[in-house]
Design a protein around this ligand. Structure first.
Ligand code: CA
Length: 444
C-alpha cells in the first residue's frame, strides 16, 4: 500500500482513474463504494457513482452533521470530570471513538494495531510520526468498525461528545502564520496605503511570520483581553480586539534541516487541517509592528478547533487553485498543485449568534503546498506537530471579509463577546464533512 507516495501528482491521476486499485489506495475504505469504471471529476461537477457510507451510529447519518463516516477527524479527549489521562479519539456523529481502548480490546491488527497503540498518547504527534501507511490502515479499520452492519464494538468504546472535554490535539512545536489571501492583504493594505495596497513582493512569495505556540489554546478556552502599548505613552487594555478566521495545517511528516521540500512533494508533509482564530489587538499591532511585524498584538492567544480533519478525508474536496499573474517562480510552480492544491471549504464567523461572514477557502492566493515549499526553500526544517496557518481567509465578496479590521465598521470585540468559527466541505454527490467549531469568549 503506497498512500504515502500518493501526493496526487496530477489531476487526472486523482480524479479520472478508470480502475479501482488506485482509488482503493487513495480513498481507503470509501473507495470500495465508488463504482468501478466510474469517471470522477473535479471542478464543481458531481462525482458520479459515489454512494454515501452509512454508519450504525445514527447521529453520523443525520443531515448537517460535521462528522459522518467519511470524515473521522482526530482529537484528544477525556471524560469530563475524570482524572484519567487524555488520549486520541475519532469523532463520529455526536460520539467519540476511544481508539486506544478498542486496541486494548483486540479490535485491530498489524499496522492498524500499531497506530491504535499510539492513540493512547495525549497528543497526535505519536500517531502522525508513524507515517501515512499506518494512519491509513487505522482509518480503514475504524471505517469498518463504524459501518452499518458491524457489531464488534463493546460498551465504553464510544463516549458522547457532550460527556467529554477536549484538549489541544497536538504538542505544537513551531507555529507559522501566513498571509495567503490576496483579498485580505488588499483590503488591509488599502486602509494604510490606498494608492498602492499590495506590497510588490505579495505575488512573488507567500508572506509569513513566526508566531508563538505556547499561547495556542483549544476551542472553548476563554480569551483574556490583553494589555499593552496602544500608541505613544499609552498602556492599558486593547481597545480594538479582533478575530481572524484561518485554516491551519499540521505537519505530519518532518523535513530535514538544509533540505528544501520540492513543490510536488509538499502535500505529503501535511497530516490534516483545523480551524484557527488568530486573535489580534489592532492598536497594539499597529504601534509595535514597524519595522519588524506582529508581536504582542498577536501572541496573547490563538484558538484552534479540537478536531484535525485528515488530508485523506479532504482529498475529494480538493479543487483548482487561484491562477497567478505573474506566474510564480519555478520552485513554487506545479501543474498538479495548480489543478488540485486548493480546498473547497466554506468558512463562517459567528458573533453572539449573528453570522458576520461567509467565504470559501478555495479563494486563497497561495496553497498549503506552496507554503510548505517556500517555508523550507532556505533549508528551514519542519517537524511533526508544527502548525502552518493560512492567514485571514477572506474572499472577493464583501460578505467574506474574515476579520473586523476588514469589515471596517469601527466595531471591535467587547468583553463577553463569543466568536465561533465554522468550516465545512460540501460538493454535489459527496457527503458534507465539517471541522466542528472553534469557539472563544472574550473576558476582561
Ligand atoms: Ca493572522
Amino acid at each position: 500500500m503506497n498512500f504515502a507516495g500518493c501526493p496526487f501528482t496530477s489531476a487526472s491521476r486523482l480524479y479520472n482513474v478508470e480502475g479501482s486499485a488506485h482509488r482503493t489506495e487513495c480513498f481507503g475504505a470509501t473507495a470500495g463504494r465508488i463504482e468501478q469504471n466510474t469517471r470522477v471529476k473535479i471542478g464543481g461537477n458531481p462525482i458520479e457513482g459515489f454512494r454515501k457510507l452509512k454508519s450504525w451510529v445514527a447521529s453520523a447519518n443525520q443531515t448537517g452533521t460535521d462528522f459522518p463516516l467519511e470524515n473521522l477527524p482526530y482529537g484528544v479527549f477525556r471524560k469530563r470530570g475524570k482524572t484519567e489521562a487524555p488520549r486520541v479519539g475519532v469523532a463520529i456523529g455526536n460520539q467519540i471513538l476511544d481508539i486506544g481502548r478498542c486496541g486494548q480490546n483486540g479490535l485491530f491488527e498489524g499496522e492498524a494495531d500499531f497506530a491504535a497503540s499510539a492513540c493512547q498518547a495525549p497528543s497526535l504527534n505519536f500517531l502522525m510520526s508513524l507515517g501515512a501507511p499506518n494512519c491509513h490502515a487505522l482509518r480503514v479499520r475504524i471505517t469498518e468498525l463504524l459501518s452499518e452492519g458491524s457489531a464488534e464494538l463493546r460498551d465504553g468504546e464510544l463516549i458522547p461528545m457532550d460527556a467529554a472535554e477536549m484538549f489541544l490535539p497536538c504538542e505544537i512545536g513551531d507555529y507559522t502564520d501566513f498571509y495567503a489571501s490576496i483579498h485580505h492583504a488588499t483590503r488591509v493594505g488599502k486602509l494604510f496605503r490606498p494608492a498602492n495596497p499590495l506590497h510588490v513582493n505579495y505575488k512573488q512569495l507567500p508572506i509569513a511570520y513566526h508566531g508563538r505556540s505556547s499561547s495556542i489554546v483549544v476551542s472553548g478556552a476563554p480569551v483574556r483581553r490583553p494589555k499593552g502599548q496602544r500608541g505613544p505613552d499609552s498602556f492599558g487594555p486593547t481597545e480594538s480586539l479582533d478575530y481572524e478566521i484561518e485554516v491551519a495545517a499540521f505537519i505530519g511528516t518532518a523535513s530535514k534541516l538544509g533540505e528544501p521540500v520540492p513543490i510536488e512533494a509538499a502535500s505529503a508533509h501535511l497530516f490534516g487541517l483545523c480551524l484557527l482564530n488568530d486573535w489580534s489587538a489592532r492598536d497594539l499591532q499597529k504601534w509595535e509592528s514597524q519595522p519588524l511585524g506582529p508581536f504582542l498584538g498577536k501572541n496573547f492567544a490563538t484558538s484552534i478547533s479540537p478536531w484535525v480533519v485528515p488530508m485523506e478525508a479532504l482529498e475529494p474536496y480538493r479543487t483548482e487553485a487561484v491562477s497567478h499573474d505573474p506566474p510564480p517562480l519555478p520552485y513554487l510552480s506545479s501543474v498538479s498543485d495548480q489543478q488540485t492544491g486548493a480546498f473547497d471549504i466554506t468558512l463562517e464567523v459567528w458573533l453572539n449568534g449573528e453570522r458576520l461572514s461567509r467565504g470559501n477557502f478555495r479563494e486563497m492566493y497561495w496553497t498549503f503546498a506552496q507554503m510548505v515549499t517556500h517555508h523550507t526553500s532556505n533549508g528551514c526544517n519542519l517537524r511533526v506537530g508544527d502548525l502552518l496557518a493560512s492567514g485571514t481567509a477572506s474572499g472577493a465578496a464583501e460578505e467574506s471579509r474574515g476579520c473586523m479590521l476588514e469589515i471596517n465598521s469601527g466595531r471591535f470585540l467587547e468583553d463577553g463577546d463569543e466568536v465561533i468559527l465554522l468550516g465545512y466541505c460540501e460538493r454535489d454527490g459527496l457527503p458534507r464533512i465539517g471541522f466542528g467549531e472553534c469557539r472563544g469568549t472574550v473576558t476582561g
